[in-house]
Design a protein around this ligand. Sequence first.
Ligand SMILES: CNc1ncnc2c1ncn2[C@@H]1O[C@H](COP(=O)(O)O)[C@@H](O)[C@H]1O
Length: 343
Amino acid sequence: MMDFISLPKIELHAHLSGSISRQTLHEVWSHKTLTNTLTPPSLSDPLVEMPEGKHDYDLKTFFPLFSSYIYSLVSDLWALRYTTLAVLDDFQADGVVYLELRTTPRAIPSAGITKQLYVQTILDCIDEFEARDGCKLRTKLILSVDRRNTLEQAEEVLDLCLAFRDKGVVGIDLCGDPACVDNLETFTPVFQRAKQEGLKITLHFAEAEVSGTEEELELLLGWRPDRLGHVIHLSEGVKKKVVERRGMGLELCLSCNVHAGMVCGGFEGHHFGEWWKVEEVVVVLSTDDVGVFGSPLSNEYVLVAKHFGLSHQEICDLARRGIDVIFGDEEEKERLRRIMWNE
Ligand SMILES: CNc1ncnc2c1ncn2[C@@H]1O[C@H](COP(=O)(O)O)[C@@H](O)[C@H]1O
């Protein structure tokens, strides 16, 4: 039996706030309860609010979880640092050697946190973590534009990407509730400027039926993304266009899609089966929100081995191919080529 935790892995689609484990959220809650800093004081224990084993959040219940609960816990510098370091620890313990974490810059006025300080704090945590003895995990940051953003807010995200690009920010993302489909054209100048500046682009793509219209997907492809996340509701025509782009990274999140009911037919029916052998694209298994959906990256590899019959060699090849589509530099790619398993 292959050791899927020891297998060196690359994670490219992980949302910071969604990657915080329930245990870590519980620790934050306990600390705030003891220090009388919980707001509101009636906020329930994460282990009660999100019981261990509950992973059936769908797209309707999932997004409010952040705005109405998790953000109330991660609401000051201490909690932001504590949870970010715990997330890095969790990925490292699962055998992840290269991580691109993404997050939506969030100002927290009650704690004196600007979006700039939010990003700086996360980058500081990454530096601190990497300076630890024996640390094998290297982490880069992607900043997310939320579909609900205004043009000004999206511009702000891009400005932050550019301001922090020498300090660990490597790309820009479009995320958020796929039911918000009206605003997208507004963002075109932002993603055009990102491209001109040489920033890498990844987009949540055809995550839900409403966000899988020909019109939307054409628009998103027009921004010339380097990678696409989820890629679920694609017409044959759009699939062909994705293939024709050659070398496009596809961040596929099996457990998230199955637990959230975003795909039909369970794991066997997941479109991983359709894409993983397509030579023109690079499939990268990803967790999306391991804190919510509960399946660490090692388990995503277990799942594809089990449901799609990948051999030991095919698992190693799948993990290594991700190197080609990371947003990190050549030096990082070289490091990964040295440490990732060939066989
Ligand atoms: C089903 N998968 C998904 N689809 C779309 N957006 C998602 C997502 N999972 C997470 N997010 C986005 O990430 C935010 C939380 O992390 P950050 O505060 O940014 O670190 C969510 O509010 C949502 O906008």
